[in-house]
Design a protein around this ligand. Structure first.
Ligand SMILES: [Mg+2]
Length: 318
């Protein structure tokens, strides 16, 4: 049985591992993934569209670290601090800044106000969902968790599908870290009336995820995910596809190391889908379930592990 520290560590490192495992097959079709990795994606190889070093932090992990560092350094001003850390990351010139992230952070730079940023309605990519997990880990108080999940998403992604997905995801993470079963956590999230404040599509994405698990995830085809091929972000990158896939993964009752490859083998935005699903799987199973050979090469692995006591302390402080 894992401890709360194990599950907080598993959640953070799960994002990093999912990002690293998926980086080698980002933007591939499932058929291309199969061609390059005929035995499946079982190793962190690096490479991919941006020729990453094995274990390198792509935008998913780098922006998760930005939000994490905000909670470590300025927990009472986490939203502004997250915006500052994200902007500092963008200024380092990374090769993989998403469109809404670029627009939102540029607006933050101009306005100086995280509430006067955001790429606007209609920008519903997965770029805020992929970095939201520290909010779910740091905040056990539901009201505060919801407020900060929305505000940190809205720095770049203020569309109600994105803010709602972040709130739902952080609730799932909070419940999993508390030891609540995946089934109960998902059912609670689906039945929350607060979901109506955001977009009915968020609830539908959670329900689709429940339908996806566990058998369909093994089929490893984007055709089973309603919007993934023909939706607004055909080929991947739509926030609610990422949420659906992550819930499907969470409810697939195989070990962490067997489920995460099923996610990244879907191709498309494989590193981000891997990061988002990896966070839930790590919160479910704890860090002890993540293979050592996947943890070893991670760029920020030591930093993420070192953050665990502070996050657990923040949780108990409300
Ligand atoms: Mg990425």
């Amino acid at each position: 049985m894992s401890t709360i520290e194990d599950r907080v560590a598993g959640a953070l490192l799960g994002v990093h591992v999912g990002d690293a495992l998926g980086a080698g097959c980002e933007f591939m079709s499932p058929a291309q993934v199969q061609e390059h990795f005929p035995l499946g994606v079982w190793q962190i190889t690096g490479g991919g569209a941006f020729d990453w070093e094995p274990g390198a932090a792509t935008d998913d992990t780098s922006l998760t670290k930005a939000v994490l560092d905000a909670y470590l350094e300025s927990p009472d001003d986490a939203v502004r601090s997250a915006a500052d850390h994200m902007l500092a990351w963008m200024h380092t010139g990374p090769p993989d800044v998403g469109m809404a992230t670029h627009i939102g952070l540029s607006r933050y730079e101009d306005s100086g106000d995280p509430a006067q940023a955001g790429a606007g309605h209609g920008q519903a990519g997965n770029g805020s969902l992929m970095r939201t997990i520290p909010v779910g880990l740091a905040r056990a108080d539901k009201r505060r968790r919801h407020q900060e999940a929305v505000a940190i998403s809205a720095i770049t992604h203020d569309d109600a599908r994105c803010t709602g997905a972040c709130v739902a995801y952080c609730d799932l993470v909070d419940d999993l870290v508390d030891g609540i079963s995946p089934e109960e956590a998902v059912d609670k999230a689906i039945s929350h009336e607060w979901l109506d404040e955001f977009s009915p599509h968020v609830r539908r994405a959670l329900v689709f995820g429940k339908d996806l698990a566990p058998e369909s995830l093994h089929l490893a085809s984007p055709e089973i995910i309603p919007a993934m091929e023909h939706g607004p972000y055909g080929g991947g990158g739509y926030v609610l596809d990422a949420l659906t896939i992550a819930v499907g993964a969470l409810l697939t009752p195989d070990p962490f190391e067997d489920v995460l490859p099923l996610v990244v083998q879907l191709g498309g935005d494989a590193d981000t889908n891997g990061a988002i699903a990896g966070g839930l799987l790590g919160a479910r199973d704890g860090i002890g379930a993540i293979p050592d050979e996947w943890l070893e090469p991670l760029e920020h692995g030591a930093h993420f592990r070192d953050a665990v006591p502070a996050l657990v302390a923040l949780r108990s402080g409300g």
